[in-house]
Design a protein around this ligand. Structure first.
Ligand code: ADP
Ligand code: MG
Length: 479
């Protein structure tokens, strides 16, 4: 008889609890639900893709050890990921198999994971006569769906056009549909969304997403291997062809030429073409005129920078989808959305660094932390806090003379203030441990490291100490 999965997971948790901070435990382990144990494979349900990736990146060694301890060398782990489709709470879990004995494989779990879109290797098997069309892998990332694409003034036209195309591929006047806009505004996401929608409504249609770089590389390879005809053939039998970032075709005459022929063939046969680019056709340089004029045949729709309201909505959706609602307050979301107005990718990046910061430094995700992070990592305009300044604030706060802090004295209250100064210097300046040590009583780097650990530990265990740190944090960051 196998042990019960809840018991096994409980034992794992008790080990894990001792090995991670309480904040990390709360954030990354409490939301996990064990769901079954079969043949030494323990299946854990996690709230999102992001969550799974985070565990894999930061805690896999620990997980592996605890699983082996509980289930022996045969012990394996599988994740079941809840995919939030929309706000109606319809979630369909899918499973990723993680062999716990091979770390390398972890990066590429085999089952329905988003494909590596940057991978340049050719996955499309060139068509061999007689090969069934359905064998083409669409290369679509299931996370880039319409459901996950927030509508706003910035994308209304492009989104609506994309939707119309998805309802009637090749049957609207939006052919080609060209989506253009700056980096990180959602061109790739929207083009995938159209593909996903078509695949779900017309499962028999052959949809293919390809980046222009990959298309170019495949073409070059086909020339080298003397099978250009196979290459052209393959692309001519696609029903919905999505080519991302066509601006990279600029100056590549041969590639443009072959694309021109493929384009014509598809267009004449009523197939749908979807393109993305960083600018509208009128501004594109390095393109043959005949190709540019074809880009203008259908509809060119732009994506603009989202306004505050849309940015908030995008972050909320992300926070919801990643199961972080209880961890990040609305204030923090609004602050991020307010501070980062450039593009959606940076907005998401900020959210992820904030999570990382909070988890690494064992801090709760507060507005203070968000402010601090934005200043340090995003705006890059933040006033550099100096070690001297930190020492001064700490001394003022504890009413200690600065000379004492800089001296070698080992009086208890001075030692603690010195450790706190070291801790803040490490968190808030770019100085090395050695430099910090030098400034704080001529200590070495190991002493500074020890100080940081001590402060971290005390913050977890001593409420009063934690208040000191929070107060000082405010005083140092906000003047
Ligand atoms: P681009 O291809 O224009 O550089 P991407 O499509 O890669 O931009 O988008 C960058 C990130 O922002 C992606 O993670 C994407 O999911 C997200 N994103 C962009 N627009 C939206 C939106 N309207 N709603 C939700 N997420 C979005
Ligand atoms: Mg893109």
């Amino acid at each position: 008889m196998e042990k019960s999965f809840t018991k096994v997971w409980e034992s794992c948790l008790s080990v894990i609890k001792d090995n991670v901070s309480s904040q990390s435990y709360k954030t990354w382990f409490e939301p996990i639900k064990p769901i079954k144990l079969t043949n030494s494979v323990l299946t854990l349900q996690v709230p999102s893709q992001f969550f799974y990736e985070w565990l894999e990146e930061h805690y896999i060694v620990l997980l592996k050890k605890t699983i082996k301890k509980e289930l022996g060398n045969e012990g394996r782990l599988e994740y079941s990921i809840i995919m939030e489709n929309n706000y109606n709470n319809t979630s369909k879990p899918y499973t990723v198999k993680i062999p716990t004995n091979n770390k390398k494989e972890l990066k590429n779990p085999s089952v329905s994971m988003p494909i590596d879109l940057n991978n340049n290797s050719i996955r499309n098997p060139f068509i061999i006569p007689g090969l069934k069309k359905v064998n083409v892998d669409s290369q679509l990332n299931p996370n880039y769906s319409f459901d996950n694409f927030i509508e706003g003034d910035c994308n209304r036209l492009a989104r609506a056009a994309g939707f119309a195309v998805a309802e009637k591929p090749g049957g609207t006047s939006f052919n080609p549909l060209l989506i253009y806009g700056g980096v990180g505004l959602g061109k790739t996401h929207l083009s995938h969304a159209i593909g996903i929608q078509i695949k779900s409504e017309f499962p028999n249609k052959t949809v293919l997403y390809v980046s222009s770089e990959k298309f170019t590389q495949q073409y070059i390879d086909s020339v080298r291997n003397n099978n250009q005809n196979d290459f052209i053939h393959f692309y001519q039998m696609i029903d919905v062809l999505i080519i991302d970032d066509v601006q990279y075709f600029a100056g590549k005459e041969k590639t443009q030429d072959v694309f021109f022929h493929i384009f014509n063939h598809l267009h004449q046969s009523g197939k749908q073409i979807i393109l993305t680019a960083d600018k509208p056709p009128v501004e594109m340089q390095g393109f043959e005129q005949r190709l540019l004029s074809r880009f203008k045949w259908g509809l060119a729709a732009d994506l603009q920078t989202p306004n505050l309201e849309t940015r908030v909505a995008i972050l909320q959706k992300k926070v919801y989808a990643d199961g972080l609602v209880d961890i990040i307050s609305y204030d923090v979301i609004e602050y991020l959305a307010y501070s980062i107005s450039t593009n959606v990718r940076e907005l998401e990046g900020a959210l992820i660094s904030l999570l990382a910061q909070a988890s690494m430094n064992k801090k709760a995700i507060t507005l203070e932390l968000a402010k601090q992070m934005i200043d340090k990592f995003v705006k890059n305009t933040a006033r550099e806090v100096s070690i001297d300044y930190i020492q001064k604030v700490v001394c003022d706060y504890f009413e200690l003379p600065l000379e004492l802090l800089k001296s070698k004295t080992r009086k208890r209250e001075v030692v603690q203030a010195r450790q706190i100064a070291m801790y803040f210097s490490k968190c808030m300046t770019k100085s090395s441990l050695a430099t910090i040590g030098l400034h704080c009583g001529g200590k070495d780097h190991a002493t500074v490291l020890h100080a940081c650990r001590t402060v971290n530990n005390l913050m977890d265990t001593d409420k009063r100490f934690k208040t000191y740190i929070d107060d000082l944090n405010k005083k140092i960051t906000i003047q």
